[in-house]
Design a protein around this ligand. Structure first.
Ligand code: S5P
Length: 281
């Protein structure tokens, strides 16, 4: 069964997309299935995250439209760090328009996403034209796309039928779509990558004296952390071992820690151990 194949074995399949191949290979090399969601508002902080967490992650996910000081100069530095630490860049733009519009949004504007992001994602709601449009720009650049098959937020409209149709849409574009954003494994193809957001380690740390003084979040029960706007969390163990996904996407679980590197290492370890227990089933 595909969930029990190693990342390395999946990288070696001839039908695996070049980006997925690179991803599976570096995951195996670096022993990580952690994607950090770098949801910060300043480029300096973004670059600091890339430098300190780079060795621990397989992918850095960005939302460049929340940066207050976006510049191509910062993006070029991010690209250098992605080479230095061997991780892929994923701009979480969630394209969702007609093919012609997304083509322009991907290639042009202020952000020129296609010039630097290895991976992008798209909603399938507008139909296959969204993929055709994005592919017209990204395929020749060697980039790849993930389709959003399920969402982590409460009340998401991604029904079973929607998810199923999204998988079929991916199947018709294997030369560009290499996987999914989803809560669980939605495709049976071992060449498909599944990336899951809405991940936090369940057991909260016992608050240290330092945290009691400087981190007021320490007092807040976990169910109120980050989900007052509908976000829902599961653990790395659940996502990788039970739900059969491949990569955990973690934002605030790491970003709100006082020591981000130490926290990221906890997530890397939890995700990797869950993977090892799955492949050795
Ligand atoms: O269904 C989704 C899809 C995505 S890509 N739910 C999500 O939360 N995301 C993104 O993952 C979201 O935009 C954010 O950047 C990240 C989750 O952040 P966290 O702080 O809740 O871990």
């Amino acid at each position: 069964r595909s969930g029990e194949m190693s990342y390395g074995a999946r990288a070696a399949l001839s039908s695996t997309h070049p980006i997925a191949k690179r991803m599976f290979t570096l995951m195996e090399e670096k022993h990580t299935n952690l994607c950090v969601s770098a949801d910060v508002t300043h480029t300096q902080e973004l670059l600091e995250l890339a430098e300190t967490l780079g060795p621990l992650i397989c992918v850095m996910k960005t939302h460049v439209d929340i940066l207050q000081d976006f510049s191509m100069d910062a993006i070029n530095k991010l690209k250098e760090l992605s080479d230095k630490h061997n991780f892929l860049i994923f701009e979480d733009r969630k394209f969702a328009d007609i093919g012609n519009t997304v083509k322009h949004q991907y290639e042009g504007g202020v952000y020129r996403i296609s010039s630097w992001s290895h991976i992008i994602n798209a909603h399938s709601v507008s139909g296959p034209g969204v993929v055709t449009g994005l592919k017209a720009v990204g395929q020749s650049l060697g980039h790849g796309c993930l389709l959003i098959a399920q969402m982590s937020s409460q009340g998401a409209l991604t029904t079973e039928q929607y998810t199923h149709t999204t998988v079929k849409m991916a199947d018709s574009h294997p030369d560009f779509v290499f996987g999914f954003i989803s809560g669980s494994k939605v495709s049976t193809k071992p060449e498909h990558v599944h990336m899951t957001p809405g991940v936090q380690l369940q057991s909260g740390e016992i608050c240290s004296v330092f945290n009691l003084v400087f981190n007021p979040r320490c007092f807040v029960p976990r169910r109120f952390l980050g989900d007052e706007l509908g976000q829902q969390y599961t653990t790395p163990e659940q996502v990788i071992r039970l739900k059969g996904s491949d990569i955990i996407i973690v934002g605030r679980g790491i970003l709100s820690a006082s020591d981000r590197r130490k926290e990221a290492e906890k997530y890397r370890k939890a995700g990797w151990e869950a993977y090892l227990s799955r492949v050795s089933l």
